[in-house]
Every structure is written in structure tokens, then in C-alpha cells.
Design a protein around this ligand. Structure first.
Ligand SMILES: Nc1ncnc2c1ncn2[C@@H]1O[C@H](COP(=O)(O)OP(=O)(O)OP(=O)(O)O)[C@@H](O)[C@H]1O
Ligand SMILES: [Mg+2]
Length: 465
């Protein structure tokens, strides 16, 4: 593929020099326009998006610096080369600060100009290519706002893409904060129904007695307070998607009615005998183990099978720690931009702690942790370990527990040892289901020592003076 010719504007008040350069640039395949003054240059720049600007800094009237200013402001991707007088290095430096790609000092050979121009263009090409690669990477590691690069997440993206194309009912399961709602929205937005509504109903957030009317709607007088006819969420989602969140909390009576909707795609509003036909795709989510609820008799088996046509499981964050750096980056960008802050990064040490923490609240908890750290960082350009919540700070990074990481500047010995103590105590308590006497025995400690240590370790460290 041959590249399109580059459009170049050369600005110089010395007509002979300008003309000579222009001619040779044309020989090199550029499409060249000339301007004899700053005023003329501004006019041309306003009218046309040049790829390259070559301008003398010293011009009568509007000078080269103003031309440069106008050009880089309007076209951030423009390559600008300035021509400076002999012995005016300061001007050149200023011009570079102002956004020029490079400079060349008068008098110069044409070949020298070509060399400067060639390397500026090469640099620009690499930069664009890098930006392209980065955007590619970003594309690969996200699916409609869901971030992840770990194997389970990449499998999930594929599954979501496949599922989105169908109209099948999907049951999304996962611990709290793993992104169930995000996944549901992603399915809808990538489905043929995307131009119709996505209606969400959280079954656990609405009192049992109101849930039925909320789902199916009601007619006037159906119950006390039903002063008018009202559409339910099902009807609102017609031709679109209905997302039933926390579906495991539905009462047995409502489970029967939902089953009918899934089987017959019809229902009646509360207090009405008229049957409404509906075209809706149902996505359901739950953090509870529905198959166990079926075994225990608290969830209908037939409804479970109707919902679980395609199961989508969101893995807990602790099982995909390699996603944490990318997620942290993502939240920093989003929250930082919202707060109007320049780009914030995270220190490697803080990142290690974030990757070691078990995240019982999963991605939502991580998002909150980043927000907190950002607030504590008070405008610094990098998040440090001390910006993290105490329970995350105290999490010894996984690889450190046996082979302590020892930085050149040394380590806070007491704090480190305390973190190890806390981690061991926690583990033994987990193993003994919280029984302190047994936990103490596992650690070869007196029970009172364990309790005393626990109390001391779990209280937040005193604020620094
Ligand atoms: N993989 C991810 N990439 C980016 N953001 C995510 C990801 N997973 C979750 N989040 C974010 O975490 C928060 C929680 O996600 P969401 O509400 O979808 O979780 P959930 O599983 O529905 O939680 P709950 O069970 O508590 O309702 C949201 O702010 C969401 O944007
Ligand atoms: Mg949710």
C-alpha cells in the first residue's frame, strides 16, 4: 500500500529560499503550499489540515512562533519544523516546548532539512502506531466496559459474545461485586435487542407484596393505592431485555408466575383477566447457589431449568489476581478524570498489596479501595502503600511471606512482622471456624496471647505525627 502524499506548508518571507525548498520538496513527493508571511500562513492553516508545517521563526508582522501556536493548537498531530537564525538556540528550545517537532538553523543544506523532517515523520509514525497498539490491547482486554485479561475473563468475553447473539434466557451467577449486572448490560448492548429497553428489577429490593405488581403491572383498583392502571417492568421491556436481579429471593407464588412468562410469554396484570402477550428476553442473576436451593426445596426446579438455559459464571476476583493491575488502571483513569486530576499511577509496592488482598467484595470493593486511595493521595501523581486502607496495607504480598522482599531503602520491621502475625492468626481462625482456643493451639500460642495480639493488630495504626 502506498501512502497518501503529505501536504506541507512552508512559511518564509525570503521568496528565493522558500521557492527553492518548495521545489525540492515537491521532488520528494510532497504537495507543497507556500506562505510569504505569518498572516498568510494563518489563513492557510485555518482553511486546510496540513500534515507538515515548516516555518521561519523570524517573520515581519505575525511571527513564526504565533504561526506555530495556531498550528499545534488546531492540529495536535501536525509535524512542525521551525527554522531559526544562527546562534538562537534559545528560540529553538522555546519552539520545541511550544510543540514543534524539531528545528533547523539557517543557513542549512536541503539534505539536512530532509533529515530532520524524515526523523520527525518517523517519530510521529511510531507514536501513532503505539497508540494504535495500545488501543488494540485495550480492545482485547475488555468487553463492553468489562475489564479482564485472565483466562477465565477471556473465556467469559467469548461466552458473552456468543450468548448476546441469541435470545436465550441466561442465569448469571457470582459473588457480590463480581460484575453480574455489568455482564447483563453487556449482553443486552451486544444483542439484536440493543435498540430497545434494558429494564432491571432487583427482586430483593422490593417488598414481596409489591414485587408482583412491579413485575406485571396492575389495573386501577387492583389493591389499595392502585389509583390508576400501571405498566409493569415486563411490559416496559417489550422487545428488549428484562434483568431480574437476585432472582433467588422470589416467593414460591411469584416463581410460578415467572415460570409461566418464560414458557408462554404471556401474563396478566394484577387485578386484570386480560392476557398480555410479550416479546422479552430474560436475564437473571443471583449470588446464591440456586441448585442448592432447589435441593433444599426453596426454589422451584422447573423454574431453575428455565432460567439456567445458559449459565454464565463470574469468577471471584481472588481467583484472577492478574486482572487487578488492569482494573486498578481502569478505575484510576475513570475516577481521576472525574475528579479532574492529571494521570495518577500506582507504586509497585502498593500494587503488590492490592494483588495479595483476598477481596471478599470483589471488583466493587476494589473500585472503592481505589477511590479511597485516590482521596488519600491528596493530589500526588502516584498512589503509595500508605494511601491504602489498613487491612490492605497489612496484607503481606503473596511472594513475600517466605522470601521477604527487601528494598534498598530498608523495611518497617515491626509493621512487616505484625502483618505476618496477623495473616497467620487469620488463617488459623479460618481453619477453626473462628474458634480461638483451637486456633491458638494450631499456632502454639496461649489463647490469651492470641486474643491480645488480635486486638492489637486489628486496631488501626495510630495516625502518623
Ligand atoms: N470486570 C470488571 N471490569 C470493570 N468494572 C467492573 C468489573 N466487574 C465489576 N465492575 C464494577 O464493579 C461494580 C460492581 O459490579 P456489578 O454491580 O455488576 O456487580 P454485581 O455482581 O451485580 O454485584 P452485586 O451482587 O453486589 O449486585 C460496578 O461498579 C462495576 O462497574
Ligand atoms: Mg448486582
Amino acid at each position: 500500500m502506498t501512502e497518501a502524499p503529505k501536504h506541507l506548508l512552508i512559511v518564509d518571507d525570503e521568496a528565493a529560499l522558500r521557492g527553492a525548498i518548495a521545489e525540492r520538496l515537491v521532488d520528494h513527493g510532497f504537495v507543497v503550499e507556500q506562505a510569504a508571511s505569518g498572516e498568510e500562513a494563518l489563513e492557510r492553516l485555518a482553511a486546510f489540515a496540513f500534515d507538515v508545517l515548516i516555518t521561519d521563526l523570524r517573520l515581519p508582522g505575525i511571527d513564526g512562533r504565533q504561526v506555530l501556536d495556531a498550528a499545534v493548537e488546531r492540529y495536535p498531530d501536525l509535524i512542525a519544523i521551525v527554522i531559526t537564525g544562527f546562534g538562537t538556540v534559545k528560540d529553538a528550545v522555546e519552539a520545541i516546548k511550544q510543540g514543534a517537532s524539531d528545528f533547523i538553523t539557517k543557513p542549512f543544506q536541503f539534505d539536512a532539512l530532509m533529515h530532520v523532517l524524515g526523523s520527525a515523520m518517523e517519530q510521529r509514525r511510531l507514536r501513532t502506531e503505539n497508540a494504535y497498539l495500545r488501543s488494540q490491547l485495550e480492545q482485547r482486554y475488555r468487553f463492553d466496559g468489562i475489564i479482564g485479561r485472565s483466562a477465565p475473563m477471556r473465556e467469559l468475553f467469548q461466552l458473552l459474545e456468543t450468548v448476546a447473539a441469541t435470545s436465550s434466557t441466561v442465569l448469571i451467577t457470582g459473588e457480590t461485586g463480581t460484575g453480574k449486572e455489568l455482564a447483563a448490560r453487556a449482553i443486552h448492548h451486544n444483542s439484536p435487542r440493543r435498540n430497545n429497553r434494558f429494564v432491571a428489577l432487583n427482586c430483593s429490593a422490593i417488598p414481596e407484596t409489591l414485587l408482583e405488581a412491579e413485575l406485571f403491572g396492575h389495573v386501577r383498583g387492583a389493591f389499595t393505592g392502585a389509583v390508576a392502571n400501571r405498566q409493569g417492568r415486563l411490559e416496559q421491556a417489550h422487545r428488549g431485555t428484562l434483568f431480574l436481579d437476585e432472582v433467588g429471593t422470589m416467593s414460591p407464588g411469584l416463581q410460578v408466575k415467572l415460570l409461566r412468562v418464560l414458557q408462554e410469554r404471556e401474563f396478566e396484570r394484577v387485578g386484570d383477566s386480560h392476557t398480555v402477550k410479550i416479546d422479552v428476553r430474560v436475564l437473571a442473576a443471583t449470588h446464591s447457589d440456586l441448585s442448592r436451593m432447589v435441593a433444599e426445596g426453596t426454589f422451584r426446579e422447573d423454574l431453575f431449568y428455565r432460567l439456567n438455559v445458559i449459565p454464565v459464571q463470574l469468577p471471584p476476583l481472588r481467583d484472577r489476581r492478574e486482572d487487578i493491575p488492569l482494573l486498578v488502571q481502569h478505575f484510576l483513569e475513570r475516577l481521576g478524570t472525574e475528579a479532574g486530576r492529571p494521570p495518577v499511577t500506582v507504586s509497585q509496592e502498593a500494587l503488590r498489596r492490592l494483588m495479595a488482598y483476598p477481596w471478599p467484595g470483589n471488583v466493587r470493593q476494589l473500585e472503592n479501595a481505589v477511590e479511597r486511595a485516590l482521596a488519600f493521595s491528596k493530589g500526588r501523581a502516584q498512589l503509595e502503600i500508605t494511601d491504602l486502607a489498613p487491612e490492605i496495607q497489612n496484607q503481606p504480598a503473596a511472594a513475600e511471606s517466605l522470601d521477604p522482599w527487601f528494598p534498598d531503602e530498608g523495611i518497617d520491621f515491626d509493621r512487616y512482622v505484625e502483618a505476618v502475625e496477623l495473616s497467620l492468626i487469620r488463617r488459623s481462625l479460618e481453619r477453626t471456624q473462628g474458634n480461638k482456643r483451637q486456633a491458638a493451639r494450631l499456632l502454639n500460642l496461649k489463647r490469651t496471647t492470641l486474643i491480645e495480639k488480635l486486638k492489637r493488630l486489628e486496631s488501626p495504626p495510630p495516625p502518623k505525627a
